[in-house]
Design a protein around this ligand. Structure first.
Ligand code: HEM
Length: 235
């Protein structure tokens, strides 16, 4: 973790002014395919006949791993002050995305999008620790068309899956329970699996009308934007 111990004693307002976040790298920054280390239900083999979800998973595997490395939630020695800083970093990104999505989400996915807002969960988690959100705002990719927006939505919705594992870890690490202080990482709670399935089906149903490479490109941009935002806040 690149957050220094001395830094965590300061609130963000007390910290020295930082330059604005760097511009986003292009979506093609990393194109090598590799399999994620975890086991999931879906195939990770990239073929011409694969489903959109399988393609997304296979072709963003490198970006997921790269983002995962910047998030130190599972590291031994990860402290509560660092966790609270991480909540602030996540809140700023998720809130910005959800605000953007309320106007930019394609109409046929609007109901799905609105039913999955998670910035309020992060706010509640911060409140639990008597901490305030960070007023800084990240730079989101310019999702100019529905296909790339849906790629971004895939990233944010898929994060509920890894969140299950993270939530269990946080319970033990910080002696938390009943979702208090870590509700965001519980995703949609017991509904997480079924809501992921529903979202996956909705994407597949419209896959023929979408340019699949544009969806993947949107997802890569989203992973990269999140990674840059976390790195910026870790420094
Ligand atoms: C320490 C941080 C993270 C860990 C350990 C982690 C771990 C995982 C795991 C284990 C899964 C697979 C769950 C399953 O197949 O049932 C998963 C899926 C996924 N995660 Fe993460 N994750 C992390 C952070 C993130 C973040 C920050 C995002 C995006 C904002 C993200 C996006 C995704 C996506 C999109 C999937 C769905 C993949 C698919 O099946 O298509 N992850 N993650």
């Amino acid at each position: 973790m690149r957050i220094k111990n001395a830094d965590i004693l300061l609130t963000r307002k007390e910290m020295p002014a930082k330059p604005p976040p760097p511009p986003l790298a292009g979506a093609s920054e990393q194109t090598k395919h590799s399999e994620r280390e975890y086991t999931g239900a879906m195939s990770t083999n990239a073929t011409s006949t694969q489903t959109l979800m399988a393609k997304l998973r296979a072709e963003t595997s490198v970006e997921h791993q790269s983002l995962e490395k910047t998030v130190h939630l599972l590291d031994p020695g990860f402290t509560l002050p660092l966790y609270i800083e991480t909540l602030k970093t996540f809140h700023a990104f998720v809130a910005q995305w959800e605000e953007f999505g309320r106007s930019a989400c394609p109409p046929n996915m609007r109901e799905t999008f609105l039913a999955r807002q998670r910035a309020p969960l992060l706010l509640a988690d911060l409140e639990f620790f008597a901490a305030s959100p960070d007023p800084n705002k990240p730079q989101l990719p310019d999702f100019a068309d529905p296909a790339s927006f849906l790629g971004g939505m895939y990233v944010m919705e898929g994060s509920t899956l890894g969140g299950q594992l993270i939530a269990k870890h946080l319970e033990k690490a910080f002696n938390l329970s009943e979702g208090k202080g870590y509700s965001y990482f519980r995703g949609h709670g017991p509904e997480t699996g079924s809501m992921w399935k529903q979202f996956s089906q909705q994407l597949e149903q419209q896959a023929d009308q979408l340019d699949k490479d544009t969806v993947v490109s949107g997802a890569k941009q989203m992973f990269t934007a999140f990674k840059h935002w976390i790195e910026y806040n870790n420094d």
